[in-house]
Design a protein around this ligand. Structure first.
Ligand SMILES: [Zn+2]
Length: 467
């Protein structure tokens, strides 16, 4: 039984898919929508933590026998600095014409996809750049007009939050308190009815008179607000309601409540049944960001000589709803643990049946709101146990469907011991039997310099690959 913490109800709930249980006759497809990157820069490791958490969620659904239809948007227009209306468009800050802006978006999208692949994250079934779904967004805004939730000023089209009794969902913030925060926007647009109203569409007027990316709309040329793309794209592919919507905790306000407001107002039904949010990654106890000057990319991690999967391992050792305080020391610790794991399994016999008790405990852990620290602990308990190595390996292969540490690849690569090393091992056996210990030690060192470690055990010796 899979249990997930639902931000909407603030409770851990048993997951129930719209399509029915996973053990029914035909496969159940779970609709999963994850907010994608704003592609104006490289992703930092804090962003990437969220995508690893979402990957674990997707893999856990698969592990439980569901199929998953995973949709992710790519924000390439309309995400304004400060996440509020009337900031600078993040995409247009660097300047350039429309082609240059979209080329930049493509460049950072490619870089993002490369990071995803490096971290062994399964790519979404559909990656939807906002700029390719403008007609869908316009249609949704028109619907909001028809139903009386939208209004027009000289500068923009707004969603009227006063028309909803339960705005904003997901957050503890009260509408009354939010008015203070949104005051600066009111100064810019005096015709905005209520400070928390948010923009659905910006016109080419005022601050955005010269906005480069622009499209025709019933309200003249302009560009969409940030939130509308996710409402339009998610339901286009998944219908409404769909099963699970995720993002980082920074989306708890304003992005996700605004998505909910738009979609529920337009279609009179919930947008998504479950909402999951991944916590922040902190650097030296502080938030990471370009403005904070501690912007670490995956490339920085690789340049410092780490295996990027050590970063994935580090993420797994903290629960997704807890803050992860990143340090190079903690990454080194993760790298050591991963190397020991790889070295150990390089000695294992080909996979056999598996270890059922460990597999059950592992399943219970991930099904307990994706408790990956516990799941990793179960993996280490298995390694330390008396279970035959062939059964350990079979279970590890299963665990790795969720953990994604490339255990099978590593084992397959490690079991092919090069002939040069084999020869040295044979020679060393001869020397050892002849009690020529000096020669034996010399050969052991030669084996090590070829990337393998020879360990004597009561049953003979093991050849471990060095990592
Ligand atoms: Zn979104």
């Amino acid at each position: 039984m899979l249990k997930l913490y639902n931000s909407l109800t603030r409770k851990t709930e048993e997951f129930s898919a719209i399509g029915g249980s996973a053990s029914g006759g035909k496969p159940t497809v779970v609709g999963l929508y994850t907010c994608g990157p704003t592609v104006y820069n490289y992703a930092h490791i804090g962003n990437l933590r969220t995508y690893v958490f979402e990957d674990v969620l997707r893999r856990t659904l698969l592990y439980n026998g569901y199929q998953v239809k995973h949709i992710m948007n790519i924000t390439d227009v309309g995400h304004l600095s400060g996440d509020q209306d009337f900031g600078d468009d993040k995409m247009e800050k660097e300047g350039g014409d429309a082609k240059e802006i979209l080329d930049l978006a493509k460049k950072y999208t490619e870089a993002f996809l490369a990071d995803i692949k490096t971290l062994n994250i399964l790519q979404a079934d559909e990656l939807a750049p906002a700029t390719e779904y403008i007609p869908d967004q316009i249609k949704l805004i028109e619907k909001l007009f028809e139903k009386g939730f939208a209004y027009e000023t000289e500068l923009a089209i707004y969603f009227d939050v006063s028309k909803l009794t339960d705005y904003p969902k997901l957050t503890n913030q009260k509408l009354a308190d939010m008015k203070v925060g949104a005051r600066s926007d009111v100064v810019i647009d005096k015709n905005k009815k209520h400070p928390p109203d948010f923009a659905l569409w910006f016109k080419l007027a005022g601050k955005y008179k010269n906005h480069i990316l622009q499209w025709d709309s019933p309200w003249g040329k302009g560009f969409p607000g940030w939130h509308i793309e996710c409402s339009a794209i998610s339901t286009k592919f998944l219908g409404q309601p769909f099963d699970i919507h995720t993002g980082g905790v920074d989306h708890l306000f304003p992005h996700h409540p605004n998505e909910i407001a738009q979609s529920e107002a337009a279609n009179d039904k919930p947008l998504s049944n479950y909402w999951l949010h991944g916590e922040h990654l902190l650097v030296s106890e502080g938030r990471m960001g370009k403005s904070e000057g501690n912007f670490i990319t995956l490339q920085t991690v690789v340049d410092k000589g780490f295996n990027p999967l050590a970063f994935r391992y580090l993420i797994l050792t903290t629960h997704y709803r807890s803050k992860l305080n990143f340090s190079w020391e903690s990454l080194q610790g993760a790298q050591n643990a991963l190397n020991n794991l790889y070295a150990e399994l390089s000695t294992y016999d080909p996979a056999a049946k598996g270890a059922p008790q460990f597999e059950q405990t592992f399943l219970d852990s991930i099904n307990n709101d994706l408790d990956t620290p516990q799941a990793v602990a179960v993996m280490h308990d298995l390694l330390k146990s008396e279970t035959p190595s062939a059964d350990k390996l079979a279970s590890l292969f299963k665990f790795d469907q969720v953990l994604g540490l490339k255990i099978k690849d590593v084992w397959e690569a490690a079991k092919v011991i090069p002939d040069t090393v084999r020869k040295l091992v044979d020679e060393r056996e001869v020397a050892r039997k002849a009690k020529d210990f000096a020669r034996s030690d010399e050969l052991r060192r030669a084996i090590e310099s070829n990337g393998y470690i020879l360990e004597d055990t009561i049953d003979g010796f093991k050849i471990k690959k060095k990592f």
